[in-house]
Design a protein around this ligand. Structure first.
Ligand code: BG6
Length: 298
């Protein structure tokens, strides 16, 4: 419960910690450049809005907001596995990082430079019960005119380990049936809706005509959402990431999800900066890996 934690000091006028009525702790950031919000449970960025623009991130009006429950929207941090656990399906989908309280390591910034928060999550008895490795994960959240998220994982144990990770970003769009996406033309993907079959995209920009759940392995491309409705172009640049995941639940899956409004599917598109499956990262003791996603308007 967040009430058991002492709220860290903020930065007067631009970054403030709040205990929410739901038992979560929220960092709210507001500078002349942009506004943003981060929930410490999950190190979950729930809001990012450059000044004068509509929010870039989708957040479901039906999301749960409670300690231990995933939030539907924003940027869930998936770690140390992606999707269902490979051998223990009873473990939480997308790993425990998105529902565990992270610690604030530092907070700095000004009206001119924007705000940077560094959050961390270290292995403990609870994490080891689900994943028997010692690690230190850090999420650096840089909020300026753009949103830069850097997820660093360090092996603090004595044996090597592999892990999966994703910055599972939900973008706010005008209508999934009207937007297109460039960057993945001709790329190979694994179709999660067709038993993980390997397929290839055509050479034209990707458009959405139904439920979509695709993993693009060994892919480091910058992606751009072209949204004529707002109108705007959202750019997703990345480094240290070899997988991109693209997801929209469409009508039936949206209706089946308790924490997602039946009519919300047209207004979101997930483009996830990730290392999953064969792109999982492996760290020797003492090693670290850094993955960065930069989200901005063109
Ligand atoms: C995507 C997966 O990354 O996340 C989908 O590829 C999944 O298969 C989606 O449905 C949402 O996952 P969750 O656990 O947040 O409902």
């Amino acid at each position: 419960m967040s009430s058991l934690h002492t709220l860290p000091p903020g930065i007067p006028g631009i970054a403030t910690f709040f205990a929410t009525p739901d038992g979560l702790t929220r960092l709210s950031i507001a500078t002349p450049l942009s506004t943003a919000a981060v929930i410490l449970e999950g190190a979950h960025v729930t809001h990012f809005q450059p000044h004068g623009q509509a929010p870039l991130l989708f957040l479901s009006g039906s999301s749960h907001f409670a300690p231990g429950r995933p939030i539907r929207g924003g940027v869930p941090v998936c770690f140390p596995w992606f999707s269902a656990h490979a051998s223990q399906p009873e473990l939480p989908a997308h790993g425990f990082a998105r529902t565990t309280r992270w610690t604030v390591e530092s907070l700095a910034g000004s009206e001119e430079t924007g705000v940077t928060a560094v959050l961390s999550l270290a292995s403990d008895e609870t994490t080891r019960a689900q994943w028997p490795h010692d690690f230190l994960a850090r999420l650096r959240v840089e909020v300026t005119r753009e949103l830069r998220l850097t997820l660093e994982v360090e092996n603090t144990g004595t044996a090597p380990f592999s892990y999966e990770e994703a910055l599972h970003t939900y973008f706010a769009i005008s209508d999934a049936r009207e937007v297109s996406m460039t960057g993945l033309e001709g790329a190979a993907y694994l179709d999660k809706l067709d038993a993980g079959q390997r397929k290839e995209l055509g050479t034209t920009p990707l458009r959405f005509v139904g439920e979509t759940d695709r993993i693009f392995p060994a892919n480091t491309a910058t992606c751009v959402i072209h949204d004529p409705g707002y109108p705007r172009r959202i750019v997703v640049e990345k480094s240290g990431s070899r997988s991109t995941v693209v997801w929209n639940p469409w009508i039936a899956k949206a209706a089946a999800m308790a924490d997602f409004g039946d009519q919300e599917w047209p207004s979101m598109l997930c483009i996830e900066t990730a290392n999953v499956g064969r792109d999982a990262a492996t760290l020797a003791p003492g090693e670290r890996h850094v993955m960065t996603a930069v989200i901005r308007l063109d």
